[in-house]
Unconditional design. Structure first.
Length: 381
């Protein structure tokens, strides 16, 4: 991994890391259950899932701190079986930074360079290794927007600045892949958002791959070129953020990534088309865009895909596709840029609805009509 401009361009689309049917058991517990995926050169790839699903175990198998029970981890075309962590072209940024308090910022960043030493082609004629290390430290501190901080005490820095020192320390060795294990989880929300922007900027200026492990769906969606959703040791889906959000492969993915209404329904054939009904005979009915087999189904409907129907249209059924339904506003939560509603449709069916911006105001206890397009729900049969 090098700063952009120091070497040639990165060949995107070429596999850098490959996992083939990787399995990890701890006694009677299967932490990772036969997963397959690849990370491409120059890609920002995230592995996201709930706590205990096997994310960190997967990262530790890539880094070499755990050995797969079965399957293969391949980095840059080389099988990693038996290869120790310090012999892999990776570097790891932990959730807990572990900066050395007795060293300056510059000494912290230079630590890895001193430990592994410099290759002969990194030292120009007439330059000492100390001069090369100093130049590299300056380059990577500039990259993380901490130029001039070489002599600072790391304990005097803010949480975000310490996080950037840890990134510079990992990046200065120029690994092919940077492994990040929940590095932003200890930061407050505002600082976490700032660091997301910084991470993306840093990634775009380097030529390696970033592999980011997190339970935070927002972070994974914001940063990733692609992401994998993991649950109970297995991969549920791999794709771009847009694919994962709009075309979830399973109800778990739909529910875990973003907010959604997961509804029980039934698909039937009526007049030559498939109709899905949720909430019983008098509930909500719509004709899904995709092919759905008859029988019991699960429906995912994103709250932002439901809109408020204008006054006077409450009893009208859409003739151009879609579904209109009435309900009572059971709860209302104002959140500045959006307002969240819980709408009681009847027969025990409640829907979450999100209105963006300065939409028409409806209050708790009001009865109103709502609508969504036929193509909005995702149906799992």
């Amino acid at each position: 991994m090098a700063v952009e401009g120091e070497q040639g361009t990165t060949a995107r689309g070429e596999a850098l890391i490959e996992l083939h049917d990787v399995r990890k058991e701890f006694g009677d517990v299967t932490a990772v259950d036969g997963i397959d995926f690849r990370i491409e050169r120059g890609e920002f790839f995230s592995l996201v899932g709930p706590s205990g699903c096997g994310k960190t175990t997967t990262l530790r198998m890539i880094s070499g701190f755990e050995t797969p029970t079965d399957g293969d981890v391949v980095i840059d075309g080389r099988d990693m079986r038996g290869v120790p962590p310090d012999a892999r072209d990776t570097n790891l940024v932990f959730q807990h930074l572990s900066l050395f308090p007795h060293m300056t910022v510059g000494e912290n960043v230079a630590y890895g360079l001193k430990k592994r030493g410099l290759d002969a082609d990194e030292v120009s004629a007439g330059e000492s290794e100390a001069e090369v290390r100093r130049r590299k430290v300056e380059t990577y501190l500039e990259l993380v927007d901490l130029g001039g901080y070489e002599d600072r005490d790391p304990t005097e820095l803010s949480g975000g600045q310490q996080q950037r020192v840890a990134l510079a320390r990992a990046l200065v060795n120029e690994p092919s892949v940077l492994l990040l294990d929940e590095p932003l989880s200890s930061l407050d929300r505002k600082l976490r958002k700032q660091m997301q922007v910084e991470l993306r900027r840093i990634h775009e200026q380097t030529q390696g791959a970033f592999f980011y492990v997190t339970h935070d769906q927002e972070v994974a969606m914001t940063l990733s070129d692609r992401l994998a959703v993991m649950n109970e040791g297995q991969l549920e889906q791999v794709g771009t953020p847009e694919e994962i959000y709009r075309e979830p492969a399973t109800p778990f993915v739909a529910d875990f990534i973003g907010d959604t209404n997961l509804l029980d329904g039934r698909a039937v054939r009526e007049d030559g088309r498939t109709v899905v009904a949720v909430g019983g005979r008098d509930g909500i009915r719509f004709a899904p865009d995709e092919q759905v087999a008859e029988g019991d189904v699960t429906v995912s409907l994103r709250p932002e895909d439901v809109s408020l129907v204008e006054d006077g249209a409450a009893s009208e059924r859409a003739t151009d596709g879609g579904a209109t339904f009435e309900g009572e506003v059971a709860e209302r939560y104002f959140q500045g840029d959006q307002t969240n509603y819980v709408v009681d449709v009847g027969d025990g069916l409640e829907l979450s609805v999100v209105m963006q911006g300065r939409s028409e105001r409806v209050e708790r206890g009001d009865r109103a009509a709502f609508r969504f397009d036929d193509g909005a729900p995702v149906v799992f049969d």
